[in-house]
Design a protein around this ligand. Structure first.
Ligand SMILES: Nc1nc2c(c(=O)[nH]1)N[C@H]1C(S)=C(S)[C@@H](COP(=O)(O)OP(=O)(O)OC[C@H]3O[C@@H](n4cnc5c(=O)[nH]c(N)nc54)[C@H](O)[C@@H]3O)O[C@H]1N2
Ligand SMILES: Nc1nc2c(c(=O)[nH]1)N[C@H]1C(S)=C(S)[C@@H](COP(=O)(O)OP(=O)(O)OC[C@H]3O[C@@H](n4cnc5c(=O)[nH]c(N)nc54)[C@H](O)[C@@H]3O)O[C@H]1N2
Ligand code: SF4
Ligand SMILES: [Mo]
Length: 676
């Protein structure tokens, strides 16, 4: 008889599925969806069902021992060393950098390889305590949106509770593609909703195709679209004057702009027909209406302004604080449960002097800053594979070839980034240690349960950093808190009325029995306590005082917008090394409409050069006639080292910063497409 163990998927994914592991002596684990989990409902997504039973259990594919570089950086030639040797070398190199250049010359980059709380947050304690510099993680993903929601509502991590959809008449999905990035939410929550679904996306995603209405603006034109919708909503008398008066600040400053954004003007700016605009406005006006704003939406050069403009809809129509309303960017579920993530990450550690010297740099500057040998002397990447996911790949690779840059990389697998390390440290997988997981859409917390021993000599991230701290003879006690006390401490902060063992038995908990009301009290965490439509803070930051109806210019001179969003077959760049998923994903393809293909002089199946000022890559043409003019599509998540061409779309990803948050504008990338 197999043993059945409940655990949860800790990937950076909206779904946060429950997992059931079947364990039988002498046989591979069977990783299945938990039938009792409200999101998974007995099934994992098509990528994890394969990868968790494939590459994640392939011992040969995993890193099992610490390694020291034995060839040139990038070659991937390593010799096995002991943990003792690895830790001694890291400690002495870090100490030398600190003595000669200060701890701020140590730069770490990290993100969401795993979101389980200990493995994701605890290692930051080490870097904060010593005063190291950090690549601001959100600048590769969603920093523009965070700044925008903060300016408007004072929060970016408190969205609607998805359960409130039972009371909604319409659900707007703006610039997210749940059919890829949240597959269970797409299938059960969205497609099963009684509400009318409106998807706003330049691409006809499967979610858009299944929606009641697909609004297809040109990329980067959403702020104009939002103002055009507001014009229609105002004309329909759908503004909530009482709500505006009581809970918003500065609405009068946008009213004349809204009046000027006529349907005809909006159609010209966005490519959305006036009839579609009206239909969308009618559906939002019918209310109660929910608004889900994706992270793809703000990966445009004016992405912050886009979010601020779209965020006006709930405020001006009063679709907030009541059942079936609200907006969602992300939900910081552990914080709702009372878990202190600042404490877990050691935000309060380190001296004031160190803190003042430690730098926070944008991913958009990483390649150039790292290529300057005077600034950073050591580089540590953990929970991330920047040589697949970051912009400006050619320059970043060149910088990481620096012989004087001591580089340490932690991962479960050998990746493009580990190939550039001096020391590689093997990380245990989510099946190999206990932790707490969470959902950032549904208000879920779950147990990550240890199913098997760490493979080879691999260790969880948090243990690796405890050992580095020991090797450096650091004394801060918070660096040595063990997993059991950290988990117990978090359970105490949360206080659900049972302990971690019970959480393991239950698998997951959905916070609250009923939908949690967000902003029902009309209190907002802005300076004024109101929704700041006009913002003095924005002005101080050098931004417009109010959102503006901007639309990016359509590309000129034969250039094309290249959107590179979530692939159905990858989770960011995780699982790209699974051979079965490589077959499913097919060859690296750039999708174009037949009109656009003809204009470029290329046909379906042809190999083409896709190029811009940042790089050139070779792709195969696919035809998709649902794509708008001057827009191309290619999915993210491939490892250059696995591709025959040795490159991926991030060789084209120009590190242009968004208007807010110094974040990526990757979906604003422009390219030329030419026959080879
Ligand atoms: N072109 C393009 N590029 C993009 C994007 C895009 O839309 N288009 N999106 C961006 C976004 S949103 C993001 S978030 C980034 C994500 O980019 P990454 O952070 O690079 O991607 P992930 O796949 O989340 O995780 C990276 C690594 O973490 C490792 N990992 C998993 N579990 C553990 C663990 O427990 N310990 C350690 N040490 N490692 C572990 C995985 O094996 C994997 O190699 O990519 C960005 N890049
Ligand atoms: N399968 C899978 N799931 C994932 C990930 C993955 O890589 N693969 N990544 C995870 C991570 S880290 C993140 S951050 C999320 C991201 O997931 P999402 O929030 O869904 O973001 P993206 O996939 O980047 O893009 C979503 C949609 O935004 C659209 N878009 C691009 N530009 C514009 C625009 O100007 N206007 C409008 N209206 N839409 C636009 C794209 O066409 C795309 O369909 O997904 C998570 N889930
Ligand atoms: S990646 Fe997302 S959809 Fe797939 S199993 Fe994990 S949580 Fe579920
Ligand atoms: Mo992300």
């Amino acid at each position: 008889m197999p043993t059945l163990i409940r655990t949860n998927c800790p990937r950076d994914c909206y779904d946060a599925c429950g997992i059931l592991v079947e364990k039988k002596e002498g046989e591979p684990l069977r990783i299945l969806g938990d039938p009792e989990h409200p999101v998974a409902r007995g099934r994992l997504c098509s990528k994890c069902a394969v990868a968790y039973n494939g590459v994640w259990q392939d011992k040969q594919a995993r890193l099992q021992h610490p390694l020291r570089r034995s060839g040139q950086k990038g070659d991937g030639a390593f010799e096995r060393i002991s943990w003792g040797e690895a830790l001694a070398e890291i400690a002495s190199k870090f100490q030398a950098v600190i003595d000669q250049h200060g701890a701020e010359a140590i730069l770490h980059t990290h993100y969401s390889g795993t979101l389980s709380l200990l493995a994701h947050f605890f290692p930051n304690r080490f870097f904060t305590a010593i005063g190291a510099s950090e690549v601001d993680p959100d600048t590769i993903c969603n920093a523009a949106g965070h700044v925008a929601w903060h300016l408007l509502y004072g929060e970016s991590g408190m969205g609607f509770d998805p359960r409130t959809a039972k009371d909604a008449a319409s659900i707007f999905v703006w610039g997210a593609n749940p059919s890829h990035s949240a597959p269970h939410i797409a299938e059960h929550w969205l497609e099963g909703a009684k509400a009318n679904v409106v998807v706003i996306d330049p691409i006809q995603t499967d979610s858009a195709a299944a929606a009641d209405l697909h609004v297809q603006p040109r990329p980067g034109s959403d702020a104009a679209l939002a103002f055009g919708l507001l014009h229609e909503l105002h004309a329909m008398d759908a503004f909530d004057q009482a709500y505006i008066e009581n809970f918003t600040l500065g609405a009068e400053e946008v009213m004349s702009t809204i009046a000027s954004c006529t349907p005809e003007w909006t159609a010209e700016q966005t490519g959305v027909p006036t009839s579609t605009l009206r239909q969308a406005a009618e559906l939002y006006a019918a209310g109660p209406s929910m608004l889900w704003c994706g992270q793809g939406l703000q990966r445009q050069s004016m992405g912050g302004n886009v979010m601020r403009s779209v965020g006006l809809l709930p405020a001006l129509t009063g679709n907030i604080g009541k059942p079936g309303t609200g907006f969602c960017y992300l939900n910081y579920t552990p914080a709702f449960a009372g878990i202190d993530l600042g404490e877990l990450s050691g935000a309060r550690l380190g001296t004031t002097e160190n803190k003042a010297k430690a730098k926070s740099i944008s991913h958009m500057d990483l390649a150039t800053r790292l290529s300057d040998s005077t600034e950073f002397k050591a580089f540590i990447a953990w929970n991330t594979n920047p040589l697949a996911s970051a912009p400006n790949q050619t320059a970043l690779r060149e910088a990481m070839r620096r012989e004087d840059l001591f580089t340490v990389v932690l991962d479960c697998f050998p990746t493009d980034t580990t190939a550039f390390a001096d020391i590689v440290l093997p990380a245990a997988s989510f099946l190999e240690f206990d932790d707490i997981t969470f959902g950032y859409f549904n208000l879920l917390l779950g147990a990550q349960t240890k199913v098997s021993e760490p493979l080879g000599e691999s260790l969880p991230n948090q243990e690796i950093f405890r050992r580095i701290a020991t090797a450096m003879s650091l004394e801060e006690p918070a660096l040595f808190d063990d997993d059991i006390s950290l988990i117990t401490h978090m359970m105490n902060q949360w206080d659900p009325g049972f302990d971690f063992d019970e959480l393991k038995t239950r698998g997951h908990v959905l916070l609250g029995d009923e939908p949690m009301p967000m902003y029902a009290d009309g209190q907002f965490n802005t300076r004024s306590g109101k929704i700041e439509i006009a913002s003095a803070k924005a002005e101080q930051m050098g931004l417009p005082r109010t959102p503006i109806p901007h639309a990016d210019q359509a590309p000129v001179d034969g250039r094309i917008r290249l959107i590179t969003p979530s692939s159905k077959w990858r989770l960011n760049d995780s699982h790209a090394n699974d051979s079965h998923l490589q077959v499913q994903a097919g060859p690296a393809t750039v999708w174009l409409s037949s009109i656009e293909a003809a204009r470029c002089g290329v046909i379906e199946g042809q190999r083409v050069n896709v190029r811009n000022e940042t790089g050139t890559i070779e792709l195969t043409v696919g035809i998709d006639d649902t794509l708008p003019d001057a827009t191309a599509l290619s999915y993210k998540g491939r490892w250059p080292s696995i591709e025959e061409t040795g490159v991926n779309v991030n060789f084209l990803h120009t590190p242009n910063k968004t208007d807010m948050g110094e974040s990526t504008s990757v979906h604003g990338t422009e390219v030329y497409i030419e026959p080879i």
